[in-house]
Design a protein around this ligand. Sequence first.
Ligand SMILES: [Fe+2]
Ligand SMILES: [Fe+2]
Length: 148
Amino acid sequence: MSGSDPSLTSLFTSEHRRLDGLLGRFLAAAGAADTGSAREAMRAFDDALRRHTALEEERLFLRKPEEKLLPPAQEGERERLFRELALEHVQIRELSGILLRLLEKEDLSSARALIGNLLSRWDAHTAREERDAYPISDSPEGPPCSSA
Ligand SMILES: [Fe+2]
Ligand SMILES: [Fe+2]
């Protein structure tokens, strides 16, 4: 992780592990057919996910909320990586929102059918961030991260 802002990237990495734990809580509750606990775990995950991804976009990707997710005519490697990660945020938040709405309707079996999709997207996304994005987050062309 040389070249990275340790306070910001370690915060983000520890948030990944906390979110992993919330998904584990969901899986345990779903395995026990405890819809109420599964819903609470998914609500906590969804809330934390929205805060985490908004902070990453603001502090790490330096993206504005209105910025387009379509590739521009010309784009550098760094811009492409951050745009693709922001697009993954949209997809993961959408899935999380769908799961939460299913659980609010007490539909645990549909939520169970979708959770594998969320788990694989979340795992791939966090692995990519920790491997590719965090190490370059404060290199010379990167965002200013010194006030974290
Ligand atoms: Fe992310
Ligand atoms: Fe992240």
